[in-house]
Design a protein around this ligand. Structure first.
Ligand SMILES: Nc1ncnc2c1ncn2[C@@H]1O[C@H](COP(=O)(O)OP(=O)(O)OP(=O)(O)O)[C@@H](O)[C@H]1O
Length: 267
């Protein structure tokens, strides 16, 4: 038995998401309460396949709770959440949702610091293919190619043999995005990607995220308005658990309600 191959029936098959209507995420009338406090309040949001959407809102607006519902971390009290036309997200748990092709990047990088950049990608590639693949010993040629491809996308080719713990903060964030990409997600949720980054790192992150849109759908939660302006095509503004406004950055910045309740506060 070859150690670098796996029987096909042991590799879990990913259910294909149906995006024939060009919409990858349908969130309707979502409600989430914590001890009577409504973190999400009849929230409706639709995201097109392949778009890069920015989600902004003041502290406590419900952004994290929304991400938690999409990824199955938090159960909603009512409403519906569909991944494409055919997958009811509310019928799946967190692990299943990750397997369906929804990847999430939290604010703090969580790479394996004692392993090399390459090994971090190798581990995530294998985990994405199920426990049997993770236990087999050698990478196949196509898996190596995939890791090389991801290294090139995240711009860390020359750091492939470096320990992840020795990377800069920005590089760790890119590596973690790469670890998600290794599993070939359809939808990527990215929480405050540029917090703590230098201006140059933030610029490269903007390039990286915009380059991912198209093949992937990307939802970015970010407080840094300059960064949002640099990447955003459509911005959704959350306020008190509902969508307050949606449009281009210029449209939302000039929206009276937004100016009053959000941008106005910081201005
Ligand atoms: N587990 C919880 N128990 C109680 N209240 C919670 C819980 N999680 C969130 N909340 C409350 O729900 C509201 C929405 O929180 P959420 O974290 O979704 O906001 P946010 O927009 O992500 O804010 P931030 O930008 O500060 O991260 C807040 O008032 C928060 O205190």
């Amino acid at each position: 038995m070859r150690r670098d191959t796996t029987w096909p029936f042991l590799i879990p098959r990913r259910r294909m998401v149906d995006v024939s209507k060009d919409i990858i995420l349908y969130l309707e009338d979502l409600n989430v309460s914590f001890d009577g406090f409504r973190a999400l309040n009849n929230l409706n949001l639709y995201v097109n396949d392949g778009e890069l959407r920015c989600l902004i809102g003041a502290n406590g607006a419900g952004k994290t709770t929304l991400m938690d519902v999409i990824t199955g971390k938090t159960r909603c009290d009512s409403g519906s959440a569909w991944f494409g036309q055919n997958i009811d997200l509310l019928a799946h748990d967190e692990a299943e949702i990750a397997q369906l092709g929804i990847g999430r990047k939290f604010q703090k990088p969580t790479v394996f610091e004692a392993h090399t950049v390459f090994h971090n990608l190798e581990l995530s590639l294998r985990c994405g293919k199920g426990v049997w693949r993770a236990l087999t010993a050698r990478l196949s040629g196509s898996e190596r190619d995939r890791i090389d491809e991801v290294l090139s996308i995240i711009g860390l080719e020359s750091s492939r043999h470096q320990l992840a713990g020795a990377l800069s903060h920005g590089q760790k964030q890119w590596l973690e995005i790469g670890m998600l990409l290794a599993a070939e997600p359809r939808l990527l949720l990215v929480d405050e990607p540029v917090a703590g980054m230098t201006a140059e790192e933030a610029e490269r992150t903007a390039e990286l995220l915009t380059s991912l849109a198209g093949k992937h759908t990307v939802i970015v939660v970010e407080h840094d308005m300059e960064f949002v302006r640099s990447i955003a095509r459509t911005v959704t503004v959350l306020h008190q658990g509902s969508v307050l406004a949606e449009g281009t950055m210029d449209q939302v910045q000039n929206n009276r309600d937004v100016v009053e309740v959000y941008l106005g506060e910081g201005a």
